[in-house]
Design a protein around this ligand. Structure first.
Ligand code: ATP
Ligand code: MG
Length: 163
């Protein structure tokens, strides 16, 4: 059985993330969505809120809940991967913007632990430009992102931003 760890901020989960998760479930038996617990990024949602939204989104998208675990981690990602007895990190790749950063991270993680491999899935063209930051910014300015985030997320995003 191959388990992949899908790490990120997920602040909040978007349809871009959901699409990577759906594709990842074609390639892997189990995916652990791992929410990065890092206050220095000043997240909008708490780790608990982000985990809840991911779990609700997994149900909403009809994914097999037995194949998706939602967890949080802090510290070195490769140490977390090892603690889960996994060897694969799953990441999504959007346009050129992600490439340099992702290449750097994948190589650093390989340097730290060469038994762990990073696997990339190309972004779905429908969500190529979707990022959590942009969804928050647009909602804050009164725009509608309900087609860009999972159904359970849209009302929570508006409520959190007082819109
Ligand atoms: N729309 C998308 N399509 C494909 N992959 C994505 C998409 N959005 C994020 N990802 C990938 O998901 C992983 C986690 O990303 P992250 O939590 O930083 O989301 P983000 O949308 O980039 O958030 P932020 O805007 O806060 O940086 C990364 O590998 C990222 O490239
Ligand atoms: Mg990002």
């Amino acid at each position: 059985m191959t388990t992949a760890i899908y790490p990120g901020s997920f602040d909040p989960i978007t349809n871009g993330h959901a699409s990577i998760l759906r594709s990842g479930l074609v390639a892997f038996d189990k995916i652990i969505v791992a929410v990065l617990n890092n206050d220095s990024k000043h997240p909008l949602f708490s780790v608990e809120e982000r985990i809840d939204m991911i779990q609700e989104s997994v149900v909403d998208m009809g994914a097999d809940p037995a194949r998706v675990e939602v967890d949080s981690f802090h510290g070195l990602l490769v140490d977390y991967v090892k603690s889960k007895n996994a060897r694969v990190i799953l990441r999504g790749l959007r346009a050129v913007a992600d490439f340099e950063y992702e290449l750097q991270m994948a190589n650093m993680n390989r340097h730290l632990n060469d038994e762990v491999e990073t696997v990339f899935i190309m972004a779905n063209d429908a969500y190529f430009y979707v990022a959590s930051n942009l969804c928050k910014e647009v909602t804050r300015l009164g725009g509608d992102v309900s087609k860009l985030v999972p159904r359970p997320v849209a009302p929570k995003l508006r409520a959190k931003l007082g819109m």
